[in-house]
Ligand binder design. Structure first.
Ligand code: ADP
Ligand code: MG
Length: 266
């Protein structure tokens, strides 16, 4: 072993998009939703994706999470190239390696909180790790609500169930599309706090789409999309800095924007 082996390794990449392009429709209705996007999501980081409506945020998330196919470029989850997978393998990768949190909580109404949390693992035939489940459910403050059904829970509590469900299988990466979009600001702040705790305390990797500059301050890094391209990036964001960047984005209606900087290199 050479001395360089002791050097601190670069943080591993949980997911990577390389020149990712997604085109919807053709002819008159052709829309380039993603235009050669290259971006890394590093392990143990919380990344926020921001940008105007229609800028490609959801499309980026769906393509990187293997929920939608793409036109060209490549996507890697851990060491796995998504394009190399057959449908069945892709389904399995999504199930085993990826957690999802949506704006609408997507809980099954007939199941209890506990059953909703373990459902993906039950479907996969995997035994949830009891200790891990206990720590996840107590982290999100649901320990005494586990036998309640979604209708007996507030919106904030339902989204906490969704957060616990995403964390339960210790996935490689969790994607959230506006996970606080349906919550009042207090419940939203709680959910964001839990996501950040999962990153800080459990080493989870999280990528979330948000249009809320305050939500973005929970992230380690914000990536800005405009017209299907990454045009900017901010580390350790403050709400003011995020607002400032949003105002100066091309097409934001703010002051005439400077030409978009080159895409950040990997
Ligand atoms: P965002 O999440 O940033 O609001 P989207 O990723 O949903 O943006 O959409 C990016 C672009 O792709 C938009 O122009 C949108 O109209 C288009 N788009 C998204 N989904 C589809 C689809 N299923 N069919 C056709 N166009 C789509
Ligand atoms: Mg969207």
């Amino acid at each position: 072993m050479s001395t360089t082996d002791f050097a601190r390794p670069a943080t591993a990449v949980a997911a990577r998009a390389t020149e990712l392009t997604k085109v919807f429709g053709e002819g008159e209705t052709r829309v380039v939703a993603l235009d050669q996007v290259s971006v890394d999501f590093r392990q143990g980081e919380l990344t926020a994706i921001m940008g105007p409506s229609g800028s490609g945020k959801s499309t980026l998330m769906h393509c990187v999470a293997g929920l939608d196919d793409f036109s060209s470029g490549s996507v890697r989850i851990g060491d796995t190239e998504l394009a190399s997978l057959k449908d069945k393998q892709l389904t399995r990768l999504r199930r085993d390696k990826i957690g999802f949190i949506f704006q609408a909580f997507n809980l099954l109404p007939t199941l209890t909180a506990r059953e909703n949390i373990t459902l993906p693992m039950d479907i996969a035939g995997r035994k949830p790790d009891k200790e891990w489940l206990d720590s996840v459910t107590s982290m999100v403050g649901l320990a005494d609500r586990l036998s309640h059904r979604p209708a007996e829970l507030s919106g904030g509590q339902q989204q906490r169930v969704a957060v616990a469900r995403a964390l339960a299988s210790q996935p490689e990466i969790i994607f959230g599309d506006e996970p606080t979009g349906n919550l009042d600001s207090r419940s939203g702040a709680e959910v964001l706090g839990f996501l950040r705790n999962s990153v800080r305390q459990m080493g989870q990797t999280v990528v979330m789409v948000t249009h809320d500059p305050v939500a973005a301050t929970y992230a380690d890094r914000v990536v800005f999309l405009v017209d299907g391209r990454i045009v900017d990036e901010l580390k350790a964001p403050t709400a003011d800095a995020v607002l400032d960047r949003m105002r100066s984005l091309p097409g934001s209606g703010g002051a005439p924007a400077a030409p978009a900087p080159a895409e950040p290199s990997a």
